[in-house]
Design a protein. Structure first.
Lengths: 88, 112, 216
């Protein structure tokens, strides 16, 4: 995965662990976490594939714009690889 | 930002909300039992934590507003157990009836 | 004043130091009827036993912020342990003998320029296998909604005002990791042993909504 990533703007119904407030946002990989069983499958009692998981760091300014309390404060979240795409 | 408010009510990051109430409560025994059942049943592979979360999400926002954390917990636990075929809805209904007939308090109802 | 929830677990008492609420005279609710019914069905069908349920309750009761406080105190006094803790939080806890089960723990460290705070916006994920059960406010709509957007305002409501030269880092436990904040060691504790230091570490300081107690 590239260092800079964008969270996909998907909006599926059903059980997902990518918060809405991060969708479409650009951040940086803070660290890879290894592979974990896909919760989107586990939630339905299905055998789950192991998917790479990353901690991604976002600037508060990139999440909230002018509403950010301090632009360089950060938000780290764990995002599964299939929700990420490379960003410039 | 969410396209389906009915399935995504639980996805609350960034939403407006009011003051944070910091008073807590001491867990009641029945709540600790709910917690224990959630841990034990998932560790035995009857369902996953993900399945519990999904059941909680599907219960909808009204449940979050009107039910306590462990009320929702036992409700989600039960949905998963029925889904796993551990007992039937009828078995649960019959047992809940029987429990209710034992008395009006938790203390009375927990003993057969 | 909000009740002080920094008392750690005492034998036979709840984590706040009070006895458990007496269940016996609570009017039976629908969901309590369900809990009793589900538990009995699980036992009758051989899924579990009363002893196993009691054992799980006891295991959870035995976990409290005091365990996390000991981890923090060791990190404060042992730089090599601190490095191991930051590299692999779970391994460091197991090294100290804690039974944390499958917990995947990441420790994030505060310093003069950085303050960390933890939240789970999607549900209420919390490092329960190390710290015990979370406080009610951590599971509330207000905390889950606001902490990712206005952490400084949230922290100010907890009595913690951070200056502008400190960077706030919020951690949203969205997936398989759980987080513990390693607060900055209070000044005036030079030469203190781990036990004395651990007594300064509060639950809220390990979530990030508070600071350790100052030395008295």
């Amino acid at each position: 995965m590239t260092e800079r990533v964008r969270v996909k703007s998907w909006a599926p119904p059903g059980h997902v662990r990518t918060p809405a407030y991060l969708r479409g946002r650009i951040g940086k990989i803070e660290r890879p976490l290894g592979r974990f069983a896909n919760p989107e499958q586990l939630a339905y009692g299905l055998a789950a594939e192991a998917v790479p998981l990353y901690r991604v760091r976002f600037r508060m300014a990139d999440l909230w714009g002018d509403a950010a309390e301090r632009p360089e404060d950060t938000l780290d979240a764990e995002i599964y690889a299939h929700w990420l795409e490379p960003a410039p | 930002m969410t396209s389906d408010p009915h399935s995504n009510w639980h996805d609350m990051g960034g939403a407006e909300s009011g003051p944070i109430h910091r008073d807590g409560h001491d867990y009641a025994l029945w709540e600790k039992r709910v917690d224990a059942l959630m841990v034990l049943c998932s560790s035995k592979g009857l369902f996953t934590v993900d399945g519990l979360r999904r059941a909680l999400e599907e219960m909808g926002e009204d449940a979050f507003e009107s039910m306590s954390y462990y009320e929702r917990g036992i409700a989600a636990n039960n949905r998963n157990l029925i889904g796993a075929g551990v007992y039937t809805t009828a078995e649960l209904a019959e047992r809940m009836d029987r429990v209710g007939r034992r008395g009006d308090t938790y203390g009375e109802a927990q003993h057969d | 004043m909000p009740h002080d929830h920094d008392h750690f677990h005492h034998e036979g008492l709840s984590p706040s130091g009070h006895p458990y609420r007496a269940d016996d005279d609570i009017a039976l609710s629908y969901w309590q009827r369900m809990e009793i019914a589900v538990r009995e069905l699980l036992i009758e069908k051989g899924v579990t036993t009363p002893a196993e349920i009691a054992g799980q309750i006891a295991a959870m009761d035995a976990r409290s912020p005091a365990d996390g406080a000991r981890v923090v105190a060791r990190a404060w006094t042992d730089p090599a342990f601190r490095d191991r803790l930051l590299a692999d939080g779970s391994a460091a806890c197991r090294e100290m003998g804690f039974d944390i089960g499958a917990l995947n723990l990441i420790a994030v460290e505060n310093d003069a320029a950085t303050h960390n705070v933890v939240v789970c916006t999607l549900c209420s994920c919390y490092p329960r296998n190390l710290l015990g059960l979370p406080p009610d406010w951590y599971k509330s709509r207000a905390y889950r909604s606001r902490t990712v957007r206005e952490p400084r305002k949230v922290l100010a409501e907890f009595g913690l005002d951070l200056p502008d030269d400190v960077t706030v880092r919020v951690h949203d436990s969205t997936a398989d990791m759980r987080y513990i904040v390693v607060p900055a060691r209070p000044r005036g504790t030079e030469g203190w042993d781990e036990e004395r230091l651990a007594a300064l570490v509060t639950r809220d300081s390990m979530i990030g909504t508070g600071l350790p107690r100052p030395p008295t």
